[in-house]
Ligand binder design. Structure first.
Ligand code: S3P
Ligand code: PEP
Length: 738
């Protein structure tokens, strides 16, 4: 039966939900006829008068004999009697469904009447409602953009399931599927407990002597919080009686946590209060995204397409956001330090926020971020606590690899997970040497996340010769080395970013660097400090290339981190003939910083020296755009690492360029690019932030508009990119798509 073939839909129980459903089905033409039944004749008559149903049936047998889809919208306790009464008229080709807020009891009711769960019954629950009740409150838009959960069983007929799902979708709902038990647990936590608390709080205050005073002054917060205490008491009584076990479980947890808060208040323990409040606030802001495995920041929930038109020249005086690598490390070391660490210039991008959230989940009280300021109440080397669940690290490889090392030496078990892109990235490169240090760490299929770490391992120092030049691997081992007995040393095949080494020293932890070898001994402590995070040269890189390739450009980038292990992009662009000047050099917290002025200059192709590769590892997508705009040929080799970043950056760039009419020669470890005209067209960034921004830069020299797909992840490293780009002359529009 297809949705349009529902001839007669019958609703039993014309309250708010039943009435709204009947009205929605009628208005949207989802059934040829809608009939209803309510044991209160007045409600049934009102439903007919209001046009909520076409007619009302005199009894349940008549109703059942006329309908092909029957919706039970009665209290949980009434389901069995209603089924019993209509049973004589029920046929196997009827489709039965319900809207009850508890599913286990409803399943039991069906089984008690039919001896087993009938195949034609599809249990469901729309997550929508209102504190109003009765048919007079019926609202045909009630389910629009709300979720409806269906809980099919193995016996459920797939056709019946399809019809019910189509009805809900037809009413504008998003349909989700889950098991009966899971539904009841989830709802106990997200709906039943909050209603219970609201009823209880209002009752407590209403019983107080000065209740008139309290209610007279009860404004915003009280009203918002207790709105649901105006809900139907009988319905809610039944919810608690029928979902007893799941509700008790979550109620006990809440009770215990409330006691902790009460004790904290009694003891004047502001730290505990702040910890709960900062964690709760962050969770409130980010939980939807975390659950969906998406970005943390609410404004990037949906996907984003860039439409990049002709812009330029690129002129102005700007500061790009804070350095991602340093932001990660500032949270990690600040958390393990003794005392309060103050950070300025923190990158409020998804990746750094994932690290921040991970430490909150491990009990660290972190205030902010607030316009780049973060305050960390350090817990000391051994003060982290087991997180309540897996640590979700979004898109961030740095978070996962560095945390793998840092957490190998803790006393608790932990699991590290990430989004679709991170879940494909190699983790054995850290797991293998960490195992040699005594860590109990496992990766999943193909050496990928999730990464599971067993607590309580005794780590011992090792010497490790890194097979790849990776700052993440080096840092992971150095952080594990903080917890290892003896000396841990790492030798790198080529210099990589040394922010971990510099920042550890800033926190007073001795680190020995001798040529390509870093050595650290376990057992010392970190002391809180102040950190000023400079602008990220990897973000500045987009503007360095943009101004270099666009005639008439003259742009200044302020306070950019110019650590020698990060300036490959400047060296390479200069070799290509770029006009880049550094001034105002200073050192901030052990990191060199400068202002950078870049003006348009004709570029020429070069063979990129391989030793520059690790020093510009994240800047190649945009350097490829520079290469296409340069005269002659540019050859990159020794860069196979690009294939295991957020996407395969060699192939993704080659494919995107091809879509714009630019050919390239892809090699296993690099690419050959020649001067070419960039056309308009559509490219796919594959969710890789740096690819998305690189093609936005390409638009400055393209003959037509470039449409760039899948750009939401720009928020991982460069929040506010579109606005800043437009400020200096880009013509970039970000369109949100659902
Ligand atoms: O240590 C770091 O902060 C980073 C190291 C680099 O990764 P690899 O170590 O994998 O090269 C880089 O690509 C990443 O964006 C940040
Ligand atoms: C590779 C990158 O980051 P990560 O490895 O932390 O995901 C990047 O930002 O380009």
């Amino acid at each position: 039966m297809l949705q349009s073939q529902v001839k007669c839909l019958a609703v039993v129980g014309l309250g708010l939900i039943g009435g709204s459903l009947a009205k929605a089905v009628k208005e949207r033409g989802l059934a040829e006829k809608v009939i209803g039944y309510d044991r209160r004749d007045t409600e049934a008559a009102l439903a007919v008068r209001m046009g909520v149903v076409d007619e009302s049936a005199p009894d349940l047998v008549t109703l059942a004999s006329r309908a092909d889809v029957i919706v039970l919208a009665v209290p949980v306790g009434a389901v069995a009697p209603v089924l019993e009464e209509m049973k004589p008229a029920l046929r196997s080709d009827h489709i039965l469904t319900d809207v009850g807020s508890v599913k286990g009891e409803i399943e039991k009711a069906f089984v008690s009447v039919f001896g087993e769960m009938p195949a034609n019954a599809v249990l469901g629950h729309p997550i929508a409602g209102s504190e109003k009740s009765g048919v007079q409150a019926a609202n045909s838009a009630l389910f629009e953009n709300h979720k409806t959960i269906l809980t099919p069983l193995p016996v459920t007929d797939s056709q019946a399931l399809g019809v019910v799902a189509a009805l809900w979708r037809g009413m504008g709902a998003e349909v989700l599927f889950m098991s009966v038990a899971h539904h009841d647990e989830v709802l106990a936590a997200t709906s039943h407990l909050p209603h219970l608390i609201a009823f209880s709080l209002v009752d407590t205050l209403a019983g107080a002597d000065d209740n008139k005073e309290i209610f007279r002054y009860a404004a915003g917060g009280f009203r918002d919080f207790t709105r649901i205490a105006a809900s139907d008491p009988v319905m809610w009584r039944d919810v608690y009686l029928t979902n007893r076990d799941a509700v008790l479980k979550v109620l006990n947890a809440f009770d215990a946590d409330l006691k902790k808060l009460r004790n904290a208040i009694a003891d004047g323990d502001g730290q505990t209060l702040l910890g709960v409040f900062t964690r709760a606030r962050a969770a409130r802001e980010h939980f939807t995204k975390m659950l969906e495995g998406k970005a943390y920041k609410t404004d990037m929930a949906n996907n984003v397409t860039y439409v990049a038109g002709k812009g330029g020249p690129v002129c102005g005086d700007i500061r790009v956001p804070g350095d991602k690598s340093m932001s990660h490390r500032s949270i990690m070391l600040g958390s393990l330090a003794e005392g309060v660490t103050e950070i300025e210039g923190f990158l409020e991008g998804e990746d750094a926020l994932a690290t921040l959230q991970a430490f909150r989940d491990m009990g660290v009280v972190i205030e902010g971020p607030d316009r780049g300021s973060v305050t960390i109440n350090g817990v000391g080397m051994h003060g982290l606590k087991q997180p309540p669940g897996p640590l979700y690290l979004g898109n961030s490889g740095t978070s996962m690899r560095l945390l793998a090392g840092l957490l190998s030496g803790q006393s608790f078990d932990v699991e590290l997970t990430g989004d679709e892109s991170l879940s494909k990235r190699p983790m054995e490169r850290v797991a293998k040497p960490l195992r040699e240090m005594g860590a109990e760490i496992s990766t999943s299929e193909g050496g990928r996340p999730p990464v599971k770490i067993k607590g309580g391992s005794r780590l011992h120092g090792i010497h490790y010769d890194m097979p790849v030049a990776s700052a993440q691997v080096k840092s992971s081992l150095v952080l594990a080395g903080l917890y290892a007995e003896g000396e841990t040393s790492v030798t790198e095949p080529a210099p990589t970013r040394d922010h971990s080494e510099r920042m550890l020293r800033g926190f007073g932890y001795p680190v020995d660097v001798n040529g390509s070898k870093v050595t650290i001994k376990g057992g010392h402590k970190l002391s809180a400090t102040k950190i000023d995070v400079p602008s990220d040269i990897s973000s500045a890189a987009f503007f360095l290339v943009a101004a270099s390739i666009t005639p008439g450009s003259d742009l200044t980038l302020r306070h950019v981190g110019v650590n020698p292990t990060r300036v490959g992009v400047i060296s390479i662009l200069k070799m290509m003939g770029a006009d880049i000047e550094l001034s105002n050099h200073k050192e901030v917290g052990g990191e060199p910083v400068a202002d950078i002025r870049v003006r348009y200059a004709p570029l020429k192709g070069i063979r990129i020296p391989e030793e520059q590769v690790p020093l510009a590892i994240d800047e190649f997508p945009v350097l490829f755009i520079a290469a296409v705009c340069a005269e002659g040929e540019t050859v990159l080799s020794g860069a196979e690492e690009l294939r295991v970043k957020e996407s395969d950056r060699i192939q993704t760039m080659a494919d995107g360029l091809a879509a714009l009419g630019v050919s390239s020669e892809v090699k296993e470890d690099g690419i050959v690019l020649r001067s070419a005209e960039i056309g308009g067209g559509t490219v796919d960034s594959h969710g890789d932030h740096r690819i998305a921004m690189a093609f936005a830069v390409a638009s400055l020299r393209a003959t037509g508009a470039i449409v760039i797909k899948d750009c939401a992840n720009v928020a991982t490293s460069f929040p506010g990119f579109t606005a800043l780009a437009n400020e200096v002359g880009f013509n970039l529009r970000a369109e949100e798509t659902a």
